[in-house]
Design a protein around this ligand. Structure first.
Ligand SMILES: [Fe+2]
Length: 371
């Protein structure tokens, strides 16, 4: 029931309820009583709103699905779906909708429930038309604030996402740069010795192939490759005459060479992002039987990367030769290393190394056949 007649004095114009983009405010009026739809609809239309009416909650939902509304004015007590039940469904269909409820004077708890479900206000019947106008303006204002806040949140979220991605790119570039610097150190060191040239890249490829053959995951394969390339960076701190000495080393000289592992770790340790790469570098001179250095680890105490690097290092040293030693063939090297399985080399790593070496020899043979 509505108390106020639609006299000229009761009808107020509402130029301020135009949305900021100057589109007309569309109002959906939901009430099962035709008289109310008619009287309120007339009032709202004369006040400058574009009004459509629905006689049930179901009809209201259909209309919300097919058109955009800024505000819904809904009765609470209706046959079938009630106004309270309609609120969340209407918001699911149109999240930007401002909702004002019409309730009986003795039904404040129900109106409160409607508010908790997302309605922005309620009016008690019989409705005073100025109150109706004010409630609508308040709800529309609140809706406008929410839309603006949502827009601001959206802009902030986009900005944060963009900045985060930018930071990640910068961090990643910095990581790549620090790795490149370390690799440059290794390459510069190798360049001084004709037997060492290109060794780190060669070992990196071989170690990664072995890791791949052992069915390790992609990240581990790449960590092994990087560790192989960086494992001897500490040799930059070893005296050159010892590093390039032909023939065997004295115990003192060997003790000095051993320090390259610790020196390498000291160089690489600030690059926290290297993660397991550091473990692999630290373990690359450990022996499977626990007689290696620096920690005399054995078996599975040695990281998988360390075990792969130890085998790859030995294979490469034997096949590339030295000033005092002719290089061995891949076949002879595998034979030589087979006698060190279980002492120097992990049996599983040796198995993968053999497969990789034989596959490479087959490929070399195939590419050597003239067309
Ligand atoms: Fe080494």
């Amino acid at each position: 029931m509505i108390s106020a007649p639609l006299s000229k004095s009761a009808i107020v114009t509402a130029p301020e309820i135009m949305l900021t983009d100057r589109r007309m405010v569309r109002v959906l009026l939901v009430d099962d009583e035709e008289a109310i739809r008619l009287s309120l609809g007339t009032f709202l239309t004369r006040s400058g709103y574009e009004v459509e009416t629905a006689s049930s909650a179901l009809q209201a939902l259909e209309m919300l699905d097919s058109g955009r509304f800024s505000l819904m004015l809904s009765d609470i007590r209706m046959p079938g779906m009630t106004g309270v039940e309609l609120v969340p469904k209407a918001l699911a269909s149109n999240p930007d909708l401002a909702i004002v409820m019409l309730t009986a004077v003795n039904d404040a708890p129900t109106a409160t429930e409607a508010l908790s479900r997302g309605a922005m206000g309620y009016l008690t019947k019989p409705v005073e038309l100025p109150d109706l106008h004010e409630s609508i303006l308040k709800a529309l204002h609140r809706r406008e604030m929410l839309l603006q806040q949502r827009e601001i949140d959206h802009v902030i979220r986009e900005e944060v996402t963009m900045r985060t991605a930018e930071l990640e790119r910068e961090k990643s570039a910095l990581r790549d740069l620090t790795i490149q610097v370390a690799e440059s150190l290794v390459i510069a060191m190798e360049a001084k010795n004709p037997y060492m040239r290109g060794r780190s890249i060669r070992i990196g490829e071989m170690a990664a192939a072995i890791a791949d053959e052992m069915a390790l995951d992609v990240d581990t394969v790449e960590a092994v490759r990087l560790a192989a390339r960086l494992m001897d960076v500490g040799k930059i701190g070893i005296r050159e005459e010892i590093l390039n000495k032909p023939g065997s080393l004295t115990p003192e000289e060997f003790a000095h060479v051993k320090l390259h592992v610790e020196m390498g770790i000291n160089i690489l340790a600030p690059m926290k992002h290297l993660g397991s790469v550091l473990d692999y570098v630290r373990d690359h001179h450990e022996h499977f039987d626990g007689t290696g250095y620096p920690r005399q680890l054995g078996d599975n105490q040695i990281s998988i990367g360390g075990r792969i690097l130890a085998a790859t290092d030995a294979y490469d040293a034997l096949t590339s030769g030295r000033s005092y030693q002719e290089p061995l063939t891949p076949h002879s090297t595998l034979e030589y290393l087979s006698e060190r399985v279980g002492s120097l080399i992990d049996p599983e790593v040796y198995k993968a190394l053999s497969i990789v070496v034989r596959r490479r020899r087959s490929l070399t043979f195939i590419t050597a056949i003239p067309n």
